[in-house]
Structure formats: structure tokens, C-alpha cells
Design a binder for this molecule. Structure first.
Ligand SMILES: Nc1ncnc2c1ncn2[C@@H]1O[C@H](COP(=O)(O)OP(=O)(O)OP(=O)(O)O)[C@@H](O)[C@H]1O
Ligand code: SF4
Ligand SMILES: [Mg+2]
Length: 328
């Protein structure tokens, strides 16, 4: 297989909150890239910065409390961090799109599905309403909604959770974006519907070459959906690898602890708690952020933050144990 083009490259991204408590380092030096047709999973405990990373990519972080302090977000080579708000509005939805964490709040309850689709599609050109309705039906058909002509006049409350999720998916891909970010899109759905929906996203990806960033707590979903995985802890990515490498040989003690916290036979369960709590992001320890919970921690771990070490197969780890000096 030839290597596909990189669609999105994030370099050393820092997004901080500034409030009375001080500085909260929600995203603190995050780097990754996603290729055409590839799915990158982002996993990690609650509060580690997954959603803030996603919102930073779309430049939708809460203002004025949060700010992208530094870093680059290169989408097809264009740095989104330096775009004006006006130019960013052209990028959002068209080139980069997001399925939000809570499907119940993503659709507007007072507008019909047809009108919401038309609004999403409307940004694309100056077609008549009839043409737009045809496009809206096509968008619903693409996400496998049966008899779409009968759905256009429905309001969100008239649809099941799974159907609403499909409509949200249709809106997100309506403008043929290069990349879509799905933030826990399936939490409110039952397992069968979840699997159908995930399959649908993969089908759309196979047809269009869409790149996907998939944010989840669920290793089962990671195994099904993702080509690569980034494990986040306290605002940073501590390990990144192809999905098979990560499952076969997790290097970072945090990844190992996460994996040990789900059943061994099939990792289809959601993450269970591992001992201890992550640090507050406004009061971070000086050294490795996982040190207070790490069974392997040594003195060096509390002194400075471990740099990222690259292993074979593009497997990166931020842990002193992965460095040659560790055994000395
Ligand atoms: N509105 C806010 N004001 C201040 N700090 C915030 C706000 N939203 C998030 N944060 C900070 O940013 C950190 C990262 O939040 P984020 O929502 O990205 O976590 P997450 O990894 O998506 O968690 P979850 O799995 O629960 O969705 C939080 O731990 C919190 O400290
Ligand atoms: S750097 Fe040290 S404390 Fe941090 S994960 Fe590695 S061994 Fe544990
Ligand atoms: Mg989140």
C-alpha cells in the first residue's frame, strides 16, 4: 500500500485557559498527523484534553477564557491557527467538520431535518430550494436513511437516537470535508445502533477517502475503527502508534494501566478507573505527569518531563523507561 497524503498535521499545540485559578494547560504540546482515509483514535481519561484538542482544531474553544497559545494546525498545508475568524468560517464545515459529543444537542429542535440539511448544504452554492431538497435527500440516502423524502419534514424529536446520529453524520459530511472529528458520537446509543453507525462512518470513509479523528473512552471502538491511536494524559500525548502495535505492545505505563483496566479477553469495555487521580491541569507536577500514579516511577521521573522517544513502526512514547539510560 502506498502512503497516503497527510491531510492534517498538528505541531506542538498549546491551548490554555486563563482564569482566576491561574493557567489551565488543557492541551500542552500535542503533535500528531492524520493521512487521507486514515482514522486516528484519541483515548484517555476524562479531563485529559481530548475535546479541547478537537475544539482547537476547529478554532471553537471557549472565548475569551481559552486561547491557542502556540503551535500549528496544518490542514492541507494551511495553518489554521493564523487564519482570521472570517477565513476560518470558510474552512469549518467545508474542510474540517465535527460530530459533537452529545447527539441530543447537536440538532436544533425547532427546525425540520430538511431545513437543517439545507442550511448545512446551503453554504456550497446558489441552488434553488428544489435542488437543495434533492441534495438533502441524497445526503440522507448516503447515510442509509430509508425513504428520505418522508424524513425531510420531520423534527428531531420525531426521530430515534440512531436516526438523529445519522442526520448529524449527514450534516457533517455534506460539504465533503477532508477530515471529520467525531467526539464520543455513540455514547447515547445502544450497542447495535453504535456498531451500525460506526460501520456507516467507515463506509463513508472508504467511498470518500475522508480522514477521521475518533475521540473515545472505549478500546473496543478503537480496535474496530482506528488505524492509529494517540493516548492522552494530562494535556499531552504520552504514546502514539498503529493500533495493532499499541494493542500488542503498549510501552507507556499509563497505556498499560488503561489496558489492564479493561477485560483481557476482549477489550470492548469502557475504561474503568485506574488507581489515583490525574493531576489538576492548573497545578501540574514538575516531572512526568503520571509519576504520582506510576508503579515504575523513579526519582528521575519527578525531576523533568520525559522527551518523546521514537521506536520502530512510528511508535512514539514519552516515558523515561523508553530511553536507553533507564537501565543504568
Ligand atoms: N470551560 C472550561 N473552563 C475552564 N477549564 C476548562 C473548561 N473546559 C475544559 N477545561 C479544562 O480543560 C481540561 C480538558 O477538558 P476536555 O473537555 O478537553 O477533556 P476530555 O478529555 O474531553 O474529557 P471527557 O472524556 O470527559 O470528555 C479539563 O480537565 C479542564 O481542566
Ligand atoms: S516517565 Fe517515569 S513516572 Fe512517567 S510513566 Fe515513565 S516510568 Fe512512569
Ligand atoms: Mg470530551
Amino acid at each position: 500500500m502506498t502512503e497516503k497524503d497527510i491531510v492534517l498535521e498538528v505541531k506542538d499545540l498549546h491551548t490554555y485557559f486563563f482564569n482566576r485559578r491561574g493557567v489551565t494547560k488543557a492541551v500542552d504540546g500535542v503533535s500528531f498527523s492524520v493521512r487521507e482515509g486514515e482514522t486516528l483514535g484519541i483515548v484517555g481519561e476524562s479531563g485529559c484534553g481530548k475535546t479541547m484538542t478537537a475544539l482547537s482544531l476547529l478554532r471553537l474553544i471557549p472565548k475569551p477564557a481559552a486561547r491557542i497559545v502556540s503551535g500549528e494546525i496544518l490542514l492541507d498545508g494551511e495553518d489554521l491557527v493564523s487564519l482570521s475568524d472570517k477565513d476560518m468560517r470558510q474552512v469549518r464545515g467545508r474542510k474540517i467538520s465535527m460530530i459533537l459529543q452529545d447527539p441530543q444537542t447537536s440538532l436544533n429542535p425547532v427546525f425540520t431535518i430538511g431545513n437543517q440539511l439545507i442550511e448545512a448544504l446551503g453554504a456550497q452554492g446558489k441552488n434553488s430550494r428544489k435542488e437543495m431538497l434533492t441534495k438533502a435527500m441524497e445526503a440522507l440516502r448516503n447515510v442509509r436513511v430509508a425513504a428520505p423524502e418522508r424524513r425531510l419534514d420531520d423534527y428531531p424529536h420525531q426521530m430515534s437516537g440512531g436516526m438523529k446520529q445519522r442526520v448529524i453524520g449527514a450534516i457533517a459530511v455534506s460539504a465533503s470535508p477532508k477530515i471529520i472529528i467525531a467526539d464520543e458520537p455513540t455514547t447515547a446509543l445502544d450497542v447495535t445502533i453504535q456498531l451500525q453507525y460506526l460501520r456507516l462512518l467507515k463506509d463513508i470513509q472508504a467511498e470518500t477517502g475522508l480522514a477521521i479523528i475518533f475521540i473515545t473512552h472505549d478500546f473496543g471502538i478503537v480496535a474496530r475503527m482506528c488505524d492509529r491511536v494517540a493516548v492522552m494524559y494530562a494535556g499531552r500525548i504520552v504514546e502514539q502508534a498503529d493500533v495493532r502495535d499499541l494493542f500488542n505492545k503498549p510501552h507507556h505505563p499509563y497505556t498499560q494501566a488503561l489496558m489492564d483496566s479493561v477485560p483481557k479477553m476482549d477489550r470492548t469495555d469502557r475504561l474503568r478507573a485506574i488507581d489515583g487521580q490525574p493531576p489538576f491541569l492548573w497545578d501540574l507536577p514538575e516531572g512526568c505527569r503520571f509519576a504520582p500514579r506510576c508503579i515504575n516511577a523513579r526519582e528521575v521521573c519527578t525531576k523533568s518531563y520525559p522527551e518523546i522517544t521514537m521506536h520502530e513502526n512510528n511508535h512514539s512514547v514519552a516515558c523515561f523507561m523508553s530511553q536507553p539510560e533507564w537501565d543504568n
